[in-house]
Design a protein around this ligand. Structure first.
Ligand SMILES: Cc1cc2nc3c(=O)[nH]c(=O)nc-3n(C[C@H](O)[C@H](O)[C@H](O)COP(=O)(O)OP(=O)(O)OC[C@H]3O[C@@H](n4cnc5c(N)ncnc54)[C@H](O)[C@@H]3O)c2cc1C
Length: 242
């Protein structure tokens, strides 16, 4: 049993993302059929810079549905069940999470919050609890098995004593529009530290792939130029809304 650390990898994304968004915008505004234009776009008859310029202009107007055609898939590990519970609240997304029924958690890893790590007594208490929990999990799993439960049935019930800190792995796919919403909420200083850290890593990866959409992305104050969180929660980077 060990401490786990966050890792985010970009597994896959929609091919030719910029051109696909450009084509989708063009279909909205031109009388022609974008299906006929597509091969010419892929051949570069309209430069990527020109495509990006149109996308930037139209996005600024608030017309954002064409960016839904492009999706990104991430593999994430080294995150707590506390994080994944928050993550899956984002409904405009797809998830595949490591199962605690089919995967034996007797050697489960855990996420140690940095604030707990910094205080020796808190760290000691936390680590002792992890150790005790692991022992209890193993004992419960064995007891269930020796009382006729199958391996999956024993895992299924023994997991009830696992902590929120237990490490999990998850694959998540979001389209660009949903990602922008996700970043607005979860890159904000008000968001919980672990999901915020993951959101910033995801943003770094997609910014590299599709800067025209993701360069301006981040917490919602960056778009609004003021803080909507109120006096109690503001981080002070932007002034509060009047
Ligand atoms: C700082 C912070 C604190 C939070 N605290 C809590 C808490 O204490 N308790 C709690 O339960 N949750 C909490 N949440 C979760 C939050 O309420 C959202 O459920 C979560 O952030 C998902 O956001 P979303 O609905 O925008 O995303 P998605 O589910 O991905 O939805 C994207 C957008 O689609 C639209 N949409 C999706 N589904 C519907 C629908 N059914 N009806 C209408 N519009 C829809 C909305 O415009 C929505 O913004 C918190 C979130 C943050 C960032």
């Amino acid at each position: 049993m060990a401490q786990a650390h966050l890792e985010v990898k970009l597994l896959s994304s929609t091919p030719s993302p910029l051109t696909l968004i450009y084509a989708s915008f063009r279909q909205c505004y031109s009388p022609g059929f974008v299906g006929d234009m597509w091969p010419r776009l892929l051949r570069g008859e309209i430069s990527l810079d020109r495509q990006a310029a149109l996308i930037q202009d139209v996005l600024a107007s608030g017309h954002t549905s064409p960016i839904e055609h492009v999706s990104f898939t991430f593999a994430v590990q080294g995150v707590s069940r506390a994080l994944t519970h928050q993550l899956v609240r984002h409904r405009i997304a797809s998830y595949s999470q490591q199962s605690q029924r089919y995967v034996d958690e007797s050697g489960f890893e855990y996420i140690l919050p940095p604030a707990v790590d910094r205080i020796p007594e808190a760290r000691d208490l936390f680590l002792r609890f992890m150790d005790k929990t692991q022992k209890a999990y193993l004992e419960l799993q064995q007891t269930l098995k020796s009382n006729g439960r199958t391996r999956e049935e024993a895992n299924e019930d023994a997991r009830f004593i696992l902590p929120n800190a237990a490490e999990s792995k998850i694959v998540v796919t979001m389209n660009c529009r949903s990602l922008l919403n996700f970043f607005e909420l979860r890159c904000c200083e008000r968001a919980q530290w672990e999901i915020r850290k993951m959101a910033w890593k995801m943003l770094e990866l997609v910014r590299f792939e599709l800067p025209v959409v993701f360069d301006p992305a981040g917490p919602k104050c960056e778009r609004l130029q003021y803080c909507p969180e109120g006096e109690k929660f503001t981080c002070g980077k932007y002034p509060l809304q009047d």
